[in-house]
Design a protein around this ligand. Structure first.
Ligand SMILES: [Zn+2]
Length: 268
C-alpha cells in the first residue's frame, strides 16, 4: 500500500459522546463510507503519555512518558520517523507537546510555533500552546500545511473538547457542544481530503470524567472513538484495533517499513 494519511486526534473525546455528537462522521458511517470502532486507551489516561502511545505504538509504562510533565524528546520511533526514513513528507498542526516529543524541547514559541525544517521528524508544523486555541484555527493551520507542502502524513490535533471537559466535566452541554463543533469544522475539510486520496483516521487520546479530569480506568476516561475513512480500509465490523496499533497501522497505509504492531483487519 502507498497512501497518504491524515490522522485527527480530537483531544479528550469520550467514545459515547463521540457516538452521539459527531453527526457528520456518523453520516459517513451510516452510508458505509466510514467505520467507527471503540478503542480502550492505554494507561494512564493522560495526554502526553497517549500522544506518545498513538504516535509510536508504545504504552506509557514502556515509553517512560508517564505523565504530562515529562518534558523531553521521545526515545521511541514515531510514525514521523518511519515516514521520514522512507523519504516521505511529514506535517502537524498540533499542541506544542507534540513538537517537544519529536522535534525540539523545551518548546520555544518564537522558534518552534511555525516549523519548516526538512531535517526534523515533523518537517512542517504549526504548534499552539493555549488549550483554548480555537479548533477552527487548528484545522485551518492543518489545511495550510496540506496545501503548501502536500504532506504524505499529516497530524491534526485540536484541544477544545478536552478544554471544555476540564472546565465543565463530561456530563455538560459545553463538553458535548465542543464535540459537535469539531465535527462541524471537520465537515468543511473531510470530503476534500478523501477526494485528494487521503486515508483519514479520527480518534482521541483519552476520554473525560465528571470530576473534570482523566487519568484512570473509568469507561468514560478510557473509551475513545476511532473513525476510519478511505478506500484502503476494510470497514470490517469485527476488527478490534488497539491504541498501540495505530502507529503501525498508519505505517502500513503509508507503505513504509516499521517494527510496530498493527491491526490487519482494519485494512483491505
Ligand atoms: Zn485533558
Amino acid at each position: 500500500m502507498k497512501h497518504n494519511v491524515i490522522l485527527v486526534v480530537l483531544d479528550g473525546l469520550n467514545y459515547t459522546v463521540a457516538q452521539h455528537t459527531l453527526g457528520h462522521l456518523q453520516a459517513y458511517a451510516g452510508a458505509g463510507r466510514a467505520a467507527l470502532y471503540k478503542l480502550q486507551c492505554e494507561l494512564p489516561s493522560l495526554s502526553r503519555p497517549l500522544y506518545e502511545c498513538i504516535l509510536t505504538g508504545v504504552a506509557p509504562i514502556d515509553s517512560g512518558i508517564v505523565h504530562n510533565n515529562v518534558s523531553r524528546l521521545s526515545t521511541q520511533r514515531s510514525m514521523f520517523h518511519y515516514a521520514r526514513d522512507a523519504g516521505l513528507t511529514t506535517a502537524a498542526a498540533a499542541y506544542h507537546w507534540v513538537s517537544e516529543l519529536y522535534n525540539r524541547t523545551p518548546f520555544n514559541a518564537a522558534q518552534d510555533r511555525h516549523t519548516a525544517h526538512p531535517d526534523r521528524p515533523i518537517q512542517y508544523g504549526h504548534f499552539y500552546w493555549s488549550d483554548h486555541y480555537p479548533d477552527s484555527h487548528v484545522f485551518a493551520d492543518a489545511e495550510h500545511l496540506r496545501l503548501c507542502h502536500q504532506p504524505n502524513l499529516l497530524l491534526v490535533h485540536p484541544m477544545n473538547i478536552d478544554d471544555a471537559g476540564h472546565k465543565h466535566g463530561l456530563d455538560s452541554a459545553q463538553y458535548r457542544n465542543s464535540a459537535r463543533s469539531a465535527d462541524i469544522i471537520l465537515a468543511d475539510y473531510l470530503q476534500g481530503w478523501l477526494d485528494a486520496g487521503y486515508q483519514v483516521l479520527v480518534t482521541a487520546d483519552h476520554g473525560m470524567n465528571n470530576d473534570r479530569s482523566h487519568n484512570g480506568l473509568l469507561a468514560e476516561e478510557r473509551e475513545v472513538p476511532l473513525f476510519v475513512l478511505g478506500d484502503a480500509f476494510s470497514f470490517d465490523p469485527s476488527a478490534a484495533p488497539k491504541q498501540t496499533q495505530l502507529c503501525g497501522t498508519v505505517c502500513q497505509l503509508l507503505g513504509v517499513a516499521h517494527d510496530k504492531p498493527f491491526c490487519r483487519e482494519l485494512l483491505k
